[in-house]
Every structure is written in structure tokens, then in C-alpha cells.
Design a protein around this ligand. Structure first.
Ligand code: G6Q
Length: 532
């Protein structure tokens, strides 16, 4: 087991020696600390100096990475080996943004990838130049992406982040929730004549997506569209041709992707069609380029200078040695307001695992709870707990140096808050400003919270692509250290299966007896109070 290996034990011993050290003392001892513990890749600066690390820590973390054969695993991932061992699949999201042939099962996947990209280019151009119009001859105005999980969170996060690049005039909407409120509230403002629906589902069987897609089609037909007009207003993105055709979307209106693309790693595939429609194909390709450059860096840079590797290892240091159970994502950037939700899925669905690749029960922590909010808003809500609560937390602060929005001094103020908070979380406050007297206990801010800062020049498509890939690979790095498979998600199956069974039982008004008394009682209360 990992915890008994030499590299782990060495870190354990080192932790005992360093755990009482104050971050502010580390800075006082070494003026070169920022230069030593920060890395630059293109326009992205990663500063991990506000973590309890020394040269020895880095050396020991790198030894752990070597012991777990991280370099070998990176090669296996990028080469297209079946790293997803429980589903016998590769995880070739890097092939979606690459330019080199990649062989999977003896076949080069690159031509298929490029064909779909060309299909996306043709389609988006035809929508943008008005060649493809709605059934009444009007150009499309609204795009509704119906999908859930990986078929929703990535495109949603990116279209929000790249709003300044939307010069197309198209409005994008995302429907994921089964709750009819989301679909109804969206549709009530839309005109079927000018609305294009994208049904995004790898399997084309997801309960939520199929229900929403059927309801959207019914709305379309009931509000002026005809069954024949459906063909021009509904497109599908999937791996499942038969199910798409059965739904009534012809293969020519379908964008394919492949089994070797995991849902939460799929925004680079045709699942990104809503992004391309929103910001144009050139910007979508820039997003791919940014990710490709991060892939190359991840594959080639020495471990100590490798951003995803160091971001992952710093996380391991916090989670497994400082017992951090909650990690916060704090973008000081309104455009990145869906980044915490996106990373929640990426990290928790990938690394929320309790058995090793060989099925052995794990005796160390894996993914922490990931959550977050735009920085400044969080300051007026939950930062109190960071400063004076009892939880140990770690946080990623993210911001761009340049804003797309030049309203007076807003951006300088935004960044001032970013820097102030990382400083406050490290130093805390123990005495009055002139250090003359000690503060009363309720005013003391203990400090010593570790934060990572990620600063980039501007949130453009290419930088965003690199940032997302940085986090994808960080997750992979941690999975390798923990010896878990980050590419499956068996845990989400159980609830789905039970819901299928319970939905049938909710069709009648009989008293329920087939579950535990709590579930029976809740179902009966619902039946008694559901009205018509
Ligand atoms: C992601 C997961 C999951 C998936 C959704 C949607 O990695 O597998 O979030 O993306 O369940 O699945 P479909 O795309 O098949 O509808």
C-alpha cells in the first residue's frame, strides 16, 4: 500500500519536521522564495510559494512521483493506452486537440477528429452566414444545448468565460436539469422559428437529457414548428448513431465522437459545438491550441518545471500530509463563474474513489471536496470561515492581468482584493497595526492557510484552453500518485438505477412498502401532497 512505501514515509517524516512552520517565517528566511516556488508557462504564472514547502519538500514530492512512475503514466495516457482499466478504454482527450497521428486499436484517430472538426466548421459557418435558417426563413438567434454532466458543464463554463468573444449575436442557453423549471423558463422567452436545439449526449440514453429533448421537441411542434421542420432545428452530438436516428435526427445532422473521450473531458470534441457557435470556429480552434500546448508541456517538461505535475503534487502534500479535506476554487473573474462547478465534476468524479486500480481498499485520502465562487463575492460570504473558522482549507486563486471590460478602476480593485486575501490568509493578524498590543481573541486571525495563485495575461480562448488542460492533467497526476482510475464513474450508476424503479412506483397512489421506512414515508408524503 502507498502509505508504507519509502517515498511516502519520507514525506511523512518531513511533514512532522515542517508542520509547525509558519508560512510567513518561510518568506522571512528566504527572499528568493517566490522565484523558487513559482513557474511560468506561456502567459500563465503558477505561484505555489504560499504553501508550506521547502527545497526538501519539492525533492521528496518528486521522488514520490518517480516512485509511482508518473513519467511512465503520462506516456501511457498520451500514447492512447487503455488507462481506463475498468471500462477498457483509452482517455485520449489530448488527441482531440493534437496534430499528430495517434493510433488506437491499430487505427490513426486523427483523420476522424479532423473530419468532425471540419463538419463543425462547415455547420457553424453556415449558421453564422445565414445559409442555414429556421423553417420560416429567419436566421437562428438562440442555441439551446440540452445535455448533462460532461455534456453540459464544460461547454457552459467555456461559453460564459468567452462571452467577450461572442460576436455572432447568437444567445446560448443550457438545459441540464430534469426539473421542468429550467426548460420552461428558458423556452418561454424563445421563438421556435429562430431556435436551434443541440442534443448533446455521448450515450444518447441519459434520462434527463432524453426527457428534456423530447419535451423541447414537443414544445417546438406545439408552437408553430412541424414534424418535418424538426430536422432543421435539432442536431445531435453522440457516439450512438442508432439512438440518434430513433429519436428522429438524421445522421447528417449528427456530430460524432468516440468511446475514448470521457464525458467530463469532452468539451474539445463535437460536444463543444455550442462553444463554436457562440464564439466562432477560429476561437474554438484557439481553445484547442491552448490545450495542445499544455499537453506538450505536460509530456515534455521536466517534472520539477511541469505546471500540472507541481499543481498536483502540491495538492497531494496538502491533502495527504496536512489533512486538507476541502479545496476552494476562487476565480477573481466574473467570466469564470462556472469554473468551480466545472472543476467540481472534473476533480470529484475523477478522483472521488476509494479503491486502487487493482481493487484494493485505500487507507489514504483521495479527492477533497471541491467548491468555490467568484472571489470577491465569496469574501462577503464564506471567507470568514477561512480567516477564523476551524477547518483547514487550501485554495486556488485565479485572475487575469488584463480585463476585457474597461470600466474605470474595477480591475485594479479586483486584483487588489485577490492579493490582499492571499496575504491575509497567510499572515493573519495577531496584534494591532502598530504592534503595540495584542488583539482580543475574537479579533485574532490565525492565518497560515496555504494558497496557490494562478495569474494569466488575459482570458482569451488559447489561455483558457491551457488552463483547462492544466487542471485535467493535475487530476491525472494525483490519480497516478493515489493509484486510482480517474476515468470511470461507477458511483453515479446506483442512484440512476434506483430512480428508474422509484419513478414507476410513483405512478400510482398506493401506499409504498418496498423500501426502508424513511423512503416509504417520503414517497407517501409526496403522493399525498402532489396535487394533480
Ligand atoms: C462524465 C460523466 C457524466 C456524463 C453525463 C452525461 O464524465 O460520464 O457526467 O457526461 O452523465 O452522459 P451522456 O453524455 O451520455 O448523456
Amino acid at each position: 500500500m502507498l502509505t508504507r512505501t519509502p517515498a511516502w514515509q519520507a514525506l511523512h517524516t518531513h511533514h512532522a519536521a515542517i508542520s509547525k512552520t509558519k508560512l510567513c517565517d518561510l518568506f522571512q528566511k528566504d527572499e528568493q522564495r517566490f522565484n523558487k516556488f513559482s513557474l511560468l508557462f506561456n502567459d500563465i504564472l503558477l505561484d505555489y510559494s504560499k504553501h508550506p514547502v521547502t527545497d526538501e519538500t519539492v525533492t521528496l514530492l518528486l521522488k514520490l512521483a518517480q516512485q509511482q512512475d508518473l513519467e511512465g503514466w503520462i506516456k501511457r495516457l498520451i500514447r492512447g493506452e487503455r488507462v481506463n482499466n475498468t471500462e477498457h478504454r483509452a482517455a485520449l482527450h489530448s488527441a482531440l486537440r493534437g496534430d499528430d497521428p495517434i493510433f488506437f486499436d491499430g487505427k490513426d484517430v486523427l483523420p476522424d477528429v479532423k473530419n468532425v472538426l471540419q463538419q463543425m466548421t462547415d455547420f457553424t459557418n453556415r449558421i453564422h452566414n445565414g445559409d442555414l435558417k429556421g423553417y420560416s426563413g429567419k436566421p437562428f438567434r438562440d442555441i439551446v444545448n440540452i445535455g448533462i454532466g460532461g455534456s453540459d458543464l464544460g461547454p457552459l463554463m467555456v461559453t460564459e468565460a468567452l462571452k467577450p468573444y461572442n460576436k455572432t449575436g447568437l444567445n446560448t442557453h443550457f438545459i441540464s436539469n430534469l426539473d421542468g423549471a429550467q426548460l420552461s423558463e428558458t423556452l418561454k422567452n424563445l421563438n421556435p422559428e429562430t431556435t436551434l436545439f443541440i442534443i448533446a449526449s455521448k450515450t444518447f440514453t441519459s434520462q434527463e437529457t432524453m426527457l428534456n429533448a423530447r419535451s423541447a421537441r414537443e414544445w417546438f411542434v406545439a408552437n408553430g414548428g412541424t414534424e418535418t421542420a424538426v430536422a432543421g432545428h435539432f442536431v445531435a452530438i453522440s457516439t450512438n448513431v442508432q439512438a440518434v436516428e430513433k429519436f428522429g435526427i438524421s445522421a447528417k445532422n449528427m456530430f460524432l465522437f468516440w468511446d475514448w473521450v470521457g464525458g467530463r473531458y469532452s468539451l474539445w470534441s463535437a460536444i463543444g459545438l455550442s462553444i463554436a457557435l457562440c464564439v466562432g470556429m477560429e476561437n474554438f480552434k484557439q481553445l484547442l491550441t491552448g490545450a495542445k500546448e499544455m499537453d506538450q508541456h505536460f509530456s515534455n517538461a521536466p517534472l520539477a518545471h511541469n505546471l500540472p505535475v507541481m499543481l498536483g503534487l502540491i495538492g497531494i502534500w496538502q491533502i495527504n500530509f496536512f489533512d486538507v479535506k476541502t479545496h476552494v476554487i476562487l476565480p477573481y473573474d466574473q467570466s469564470l463563474h462556472r469554473l468551480p462547478a466545472y472543476l467540481q465534476q472534473l476533480e470529484m468524479e475523477s478522483n472521488g474513489k476509494c479503491v486502487t486500480r487493482d481493487g484494493e481498499r485505500i487507507d489514504y485520502s483521495t479527492s477533497p471536496v471541491i467548491w468555490g465562487e467568484q472571489g470577491v463575492n465569496g469574501q462577503h460570504a464564506f471567507y470568514q470561515l477561512f480567516h477564523q473558522g476551524t477547518q483547514r482549507i487550501s485554495a486556488d486563486f485565479l485572475a487575469s492581468c488584463q480585463s476585457h471590460y474597461s470600466i474605470a478602476d474595477h480591475h485594479r480593485w479586483l486584483l487588489a482584493n485577490f492579493f490582499a486575501q492571499t496575504e491575509a490568509m497567510m499572515n493573519g493578524r495577531h496584534s494591532t497595526e502598530n504592534e503595540k498590543e495584542a488583539l482580543p481573541p475574537y479579533k485574532v486571525i490565525p492565518g497560515n492557510h496555504a494558497t496557490t495563485s494562478i495569474l494569466f495575461k488575459k482570458l482569451d480562448p488559447k489561455t483558457l484552453g491551457s488552463l483547462i488542460a492544466l487542471y485535467e492533467h493535475k487530476v491525472f497526476v494525483q490519480s497516478v500518485i493515489w493509484n486510482i482510475n480517474p476515468f470511470d464513474q461507477w458511483g453515479v450508476e446506483l442512484g440512476k438505477q434506483l430512480a428508474e424503479k422509484i419513478e414507476k412506483e410513483l405512478k400510482n397512489d398506493e401506499s409504498t412498502s418496498s423500501h426502508d421506512s424513511s423512503t416509504n414515508g417520503l414517497m407517501d408524503y409526496f403522493k399525498a401532497n402532489r396535487g394533480d
